[in-house]
Design a protein around this ligand. Sequence first.
Ligand code: ADP
Ligand code: ZN
Length: 429
Amino acid sequence: MYWNHETECIPRDQLEELQLKRLQQTVERAASSPFYSSRGLKDHAITSLADVRKLSFTTKQDLRDAYPYGMVCTSLDDVVRLHSSSGTTGIPTVIYHSAGDIDRWTDLVSRCLYMMGVRKNDVFQNMIGYGLFTGGLGLHYGAERIGCLTIPSGPGNTKRQFKFMKEFDTTVIHVIPSYALHLADTLESMGVDPRKEFPFLKSALLGAEPHSEETRKKVEEFFGIDAYNSYGLSEMNGPGVAFECPEKTGMHIWEDAYLVEIVDPETLQPVPPGTTGELILTTLTREAMPIIRYRTKDLTSMITEECACGRTHRKITRFTGRSDDMMILKGVNIFPVQIEAVLNGTRGVGRNYQIILESKGHNDHMIVKVEIDSSLSIDDFKSLDKLRQNIVRDLRDEILITPDVDLCAPGSIPVAQGKAIRVIDNRTL
Ligand code: ADP
Ligand code: ZN
């Protein structure tokens, strides 16, 4: 049941002792990098975990400013790998790892996989980008360490994915949620029943982008499997930061490796458990490039109740979005997942959608492009009109503004190779 019982079920007082020791080591180590030494990290004595709040936050912009080597603490001879975040513009952010860092990261990933029931007799198909992106290699190493037959199929090439799944009797897939829905669409259009076609498939890891509980359910029901939420970011290694246990009531965040804070994104002050705020993480075991108080921009809340699975690491709730993917329309704050939840709760709606923002005169205007599902025909104007009106009404109730809804045929919104592009902002104001 546990990959490492001692670590996963460590009593909280011992965990906090361990965290303090590791935080002190981390601060001392980080102080030797050009970036953190210029911030006077050594001036702060760390005698309790709360002392972390004396230290400044680190942002994505800091990582860019420190590019290429400003945050590295070891000799470059000891660095064995780099990864870069999928940021689309400007200077990339690069994270460096020592051999020990890769080893500890791999262990965290194996811990997650083992927790969801992955064992050495499993066949693990990794439909995630390899290369600079952390999802491919990160999960690959973790699955291999457990002893799975690991298929580095990478993203895209849907027909080949199905061929592998069928011929190698794949039992576990790692997939971006929007791509999981695309796989479902494709199978449906081929008239293939996944439960018959892939009888050995039992579970999926859904990660890398925000998705709703309804999306998880759709994937679970369509494929007849269990799907688990997987969270990570390249600045904190990648996957293996937080992950659902079989209880599926939040993601355990591995507190032996990360010190967790949740703060109000405006005031940057801590928020109480149960209140949504921005997740702030400090690496506790990273050697080559420790990062202190990283502002993830990801919004979640802390669950303090004990988990029935016996693990003592606290859980965080499903992410509601990023503090920076928040759209502000006519003064209203809107998250794409709110729209997703409405669409997913509507009969006749297909698997893909896109939000387009435009300026109409001096006003913001939202167009939601929505694929219909195969139970409807794109020529059935009457049914489509009714569906459109229902969606407009439900969206207005949820987000307080009235969007235009543009219904289109299944599969007509292009699917990105990586993370789905949910919002296209064409506003000129
Ligand atoms: P980038 O930040 O450039 O997209 P990463 O590949 O490191 O590069 O992406 C990490 C980000 O992806 C996280 O900060 C978070 O916003 C998002 N993410 C990853 N996993 C999940 C998840 N399970 N739920 C919601 N968002 C996620
Ligand atoms: Zn649990």
